[in-house]
Design a protein. Sequence first.
Length: 402
Amino acid sequence: MIWLYAFLTGLIGAAFLLVLGRRQHEQQRTRLQVNQELYEQRKLEIEQEQKDGLLTENAARRALLELDKRFISENSEVEQFDDRKVGKVIYLPAALILITTVVLYALFGGWKLQQQADEALAKLPELGRKVMSDDAAATTPAELSQFALGLRQKLMQAPNDPVPWLIYGRVMTVMQQPEQAIEAYEKSLALNPERSATIVSYAELLVNLGTDEHIARAGQLLAQLLQREPNNLEALSLIGLVAYQRGDYAQAISAWQLLTEQVADDSARTQALQAAIADAQGRLAQQQLQLTVVVELAPELATQVPDNATLFVYVRAVDGVPMPAAVVRQAVTEFPVTVTLSSADAMLPDYNLTNLNQWQVQARISLDEQIDREPGDIDASPVVVAAQSQTVELVIDSLVSE
């Protein structure tokens, strides 16, 4: 490969010499323009080599840094030349630049990187046996990186084989490169959409990433897999985890109970599943907590309620934390009014009725559509109850004067 790199560099250098030899500025490009174009061309080549797997991210960064330094240095020299002397001194510096470029590129550039890639490809079978063996934990980071490089070379030669893409996705997951792992899994699935191992590995990565978008994609893949393989153990485990993270504890319990039946002989896994099911059941019970509040208005204050007033019914902590754990807002209508509060009415996703041992239940008619207490609002005396599903009655009977 070295001759190819030298040849390409020579072509670039020759073009450089030809351009520099022309002095008619009104008809030809200036040396600075040529340098800029060559700089942009080489920059694109480096980016393409990184994309093709010929350069690692670090190697590409070093190459770009060296390119920047050379570009600044060359242009600084050009700007110091007197146009009247360019024709006399142009060829020797240009020839030196050409020779230096060829030598540096051969010694430190693509040839060395290509040699590393060839070595990685040659060692791919040996490294593959180690990485995918029971002793995979003994693989060093350097070996794993070399294995990944070898896989990239193989994928360049055989891009339509889904198995190397699957393996590359797993390696990128271990190397904590989720974007590259996702790209590899998607390519593997595009080539073979029904490979269970790819779906499970990909879904596990997406679940661990944990964003709403990733969780949704994992759920979609697992649902499709379970339609074909309803007893797939890994898919059942992951679909339960997806449901759990979404707050769908009933579905999580259902998936894990079905999985428990499939692994009845695995006592350790059964115990873990039973603990997860118990946790989901507890969260489901808390999620289903509801408080029914019947709100009355004292007759003597009926004339104090202005048109377009707003009714707030809410629950807060007994210790005086101002943030409501649940709140319902609605226009004032005829009393009595019945309102049902649950964790679905929380203002924050991580602070709701399930976080409190006692509920301080309050109601307020607000004049300015704000829950904060202001003069002219009408309050109910708060009622404190235990945190459990029940019905509470409130009477709005106090006009706020200050």
